[in-house]
Design a protein around this ligand. Structure first.
Ligand code: RP5
Ligand code: MG
Ligand code: MG
Length: 285
């Protein structure tokens, strides 16, 4: 795993908060650093205690009944793909990838891992029905459904957070529907059409997990971070995905098919997931 970079950038998303500067060589917790004075920050949206957020354990303290870190805590999965994470002196989770310059949760709802899912829906780029081969690499070019995030304006995979108790397989479809097809605004008949179409697009035969782990997300803090499962759903003929009516919705401002190659500048570590997809499908990168 690489050293986190976006998780140390300032200002913190949606704020004017500047992180305590953490040089590369000081990221690891294994190096003692008495001068480290991270800024404490919890966004107003999280302080307002929406249902997707934990209580502010820094203020309320933690009763005997929870939270259960490094465990399945009722409906909330507080386990990390990176193994057992440590708790700090306040008994709060410590970011396993190291210092970020900010304590508490920032914009993230959960202390510790915040589980997300990223659906990478792909097809071959075609012209007059034929796969387009890249001149340099000699390999066919893949396209994926990309969304432009409203929060930062960056292009990204249409992913989202796993709801408490939700199966990742359900999150993948739900977020793709909400962000790339505006399914929240769809009519009942359109929803039924989508449900049938999703059965072929998101079928077992078409799907392959390409990543499960830490995301270098700009919202990460010393006590809260994003982890994701990225799954590629590939439509070899393009016939099923060709029936999708792309319309951005929810936290996406635009949506489009985008050619995949190494020049893509995407949110967080999303281009890293796409690279794995090109290797899996033997496509141009
Ligand atoms: C990224 O944030 C994940 O990879 C996923 O794409 C996304 C989840 O957060 P929201 O889209 O719900 O803000 O780290
Ligand atoms: Mg969403
Ligand atoms: Mg999202």
């Amino acid at each position: 795993p690489m050293i986190h970079i976006k998780a140390r950038r300032s200002p913190y998303p949606g704020s004017r908060v500047h992180r305590f500067t953490v040089p590369d060589s000081y990221v690891s917790w294994s190096l003692a650093w008495p001068e480290y004075q991270p800024v404490d920050y919890t966004a107003g949206s999280v302080q307002a205690s929406p249902e997707w957020a934990d209580p502010d354990f820094r203020k309320t303290g933690q009763s005997e009944h929870g939270p259960q870190f490094n465990a399945l805590d009722g409906k909330i999965d507080r386990r990390s793909y990176l193994g057992c994470y440590e708790l700090d002196e306040d008994k709060l989770p410590r970011n396993p990838m190291g210092r970020t310059g900010i304590t508490s949760r920032g914009l993230l709802g959960k202390w510790g891992p915040n589980h997300a899912a990223d659906p990478i829906v792909t097809r071959w780029k075609r012209e007059a029905g034929e796969k387009v081969i890249h001149e340099q690499s000699g390999k066919p070019i893949l396209q994926f459904v990309a969304i432009k995030r409203k929060d930062c304006g960056e292009w990204a995979i249409p992913g989202g957070m796993v709801d408490d108790g939700e199966l990742v397989s359900v999150t993948l479809k739900r977020e793709f529907g909400e962000e790339a097809l505006d399914s929240l605004a769809a009519s009942t008949s359109e929803k039924n059409r989508l449900r049938r179409l999703f059965q072929s697009i998101f079928s077992k035969e078409n799907s392959k997990e390409v990543y499960a782990g830490y995301v270098d997300d700009p919202r990460n803090t010393d006590n809260a971070w994003v982890e994701t499962v990225a799954v590629n759903f590939h439509d070899e003929t393009g016939d099923s995905v060709g029936q999708l009516d792309l319309h951005s919705g929810d936290d996406a401002g635009s949506v489009q098919w985008a050619d995949i190659d190494q020049s893509l500048q995407l949110y967080a570590t999303h281009s890293h997931f796409l690279k794995s997809v090109t290797e899996l499908r033997d496509a141009h990168w």
